[in-house]
Ligand binder design. Structure first.
Ligand SMILES: NC(=O)c1ccc[n+]([C@@H]2O[C@H](COP(=O)([O-])OP(=O)(O)OC[C@H]3O[C@@H](n4cnc5c(N)ncnc54)[C@H](OP(=O)(O)O)[C@@H]3O)[C@@H](O)[C@H]2O)c1
Length: 334
């Protein structure tokens, strides 16, 4: 497994991280998730060399954090735990973000709310500190908290030792600049995959220049880039993968294009004696500026398979080929 720093925080984290949205279960992930299997998945990830786990209170409304707390008991000091703040779900005040499984998720980054949320996360995770604490979605009108106030609160929590490093997610370049001007931003977590390259035009080069780690989320396009989601696979209507607005790659004509792309890389996978998903993860981790790849996994075998990609380094000409071919498909997304 290769490790890279989380910006200037002094924390080294495995380039393949375990994403745990699926660990929270719920209708967005079709079949409900099994906690015992999730614990085995997290432990398999750690056994395979992953030391970086990303979660959020919103994933299963606390369930993902609770399951992680159980899974890392006894080995907490070996794990870089990243969680988030700013999406409330218990009827607390904030600006409506998304309605999910009977809960209205609301954006709120008021300092008192951040402090309260952190206490909840620490309790559920069974720990006294969070290694990387990230704002989940930017604060917006009509109840916008100035970034200066958010960062002052996060810097205070860092001084108190309750969090070790600060991260942001889903920001515009302008928001990120302001966050970085107001405190120590170690990382920026953004949607990024070989087929979702929007941040290459602004956020990614900025982070490279500023030495801010970039954590790519949904790098497998929710399973599509593993090659295992074939044309005949159907998703429940509430599954997030059925929402074309969220992931247009699942539309039949787009899915076909993705499967053809992966098909074309079969000889490369054979050459590196790896699976298609390992090839995709390795190529994602080699994109200039991308420092860590957050791969969700539902089962232990998936976590071990993904972790093994953390030691795979592609030859420059193979990486360039994957980059050129995936960019050509990305250009058709519209
Ligand atoms: N900051 C944010 O706003 C934000 C938003 C989204 C995600 N995230 C983070 O990013 C993480 C990753 O995103 P994601 O989980 O949505 O999507 P993803 O990593 O692109 O895809 C995960 C899914 O792919 C399938 N999969 C994974 N490894 C596989 C393997 N080796 N073989 C076959 N299938 C495999 C599994 O789906 P099935 O088993 O169901 O087929 C798994 O649930 C999240 O868990 C979360 O931590 C953050």
């Amino acid at each position: 497994m290769q490790f890279r720093p989380l910006g200037k925080s002094g924390i080294n984290a495995s380039i393949v991280a375990l994403g745990t949205w699926v660990t929270g279960g719920g209708t967005v992930w079709s079949q409900d998730t099994d906690d015992a299997e999730s614990i085995r998945t997290i432990q398999a990830a750690l056994d395979a060399g992953i030391n970086f786990i990303d979660t959020a209170p919103a994933y299963g409304f606390g369930r993902s954090e609770e399951v992680i707390g159980k899974a890392i008991k006894g080995r907490r000091d070996k794990v870089v735990v990243a969680t988030k703040c700013g999406l409330l779900f218990n009827g607390e005040p904030g600006v409506d973000h998304f309605f999910l499984d009977g809960h209205m998720l609301r954006r709120n980054l008021h300092p008192e709310s951040i402090r309260k949320e952190l206490e909840g996360s620490l309790r559920r995770l069974g720990t006294d500190h969070v290694d990387l604490y990230q704002t989940h979605w930017p604060s917006i009108e009509p109840d916008k908290t100035p970034i200066a106030d958010q960062m002052a609160c996060l810097m205070q929590l860092k001084d108190q030792g309750k969090i070790c490093a600060i991260g942001v997610c889903n920001v515009s370049l302008e928001e990120l600049r302001e966050n970085a001007a107001r405190g120590d931003v170690a990382s920026c977590q953004m949607r990024y995959s070989l087929l979702w390259r929007d941040i290459e035009k602004d956020v990614l080069p900025y982070c490279q220049r500023q030495n801010i780690a970039v954590l790519a989320y949904q790098p497998l396009e929710q399973g599509l880039l593993t090659g295992k989601v074939t044309m005949d696979r159907k998703f429940n209507k509430d599954d997030i993968r059925s929402h074309e607005g969220w992931n247009p790659w699942f539309k039949p004509e787009n899915r076909q294009r993705v499967l053809e792309l992966l098909d074309g890389w079969k000889s490369l996978a054979a050459q590196y004696k790896c699976t298609p998903v390992q090839l995709v993860i390795a190529a994602t981790a080699m994109q200039p500026g991308i420092t860590h790849v957050l791969c969700g996994a539902r089962r232990p075998e998936q976590a071990s398979e993904n972790a093994a990609a953390g030691s795979l380094v592609l030859e420059p000409q193979d990486f360039r080929r994957m980059q050129d071919e995936s960019k050509a498909v990305f250009a058709t997304r519209g």
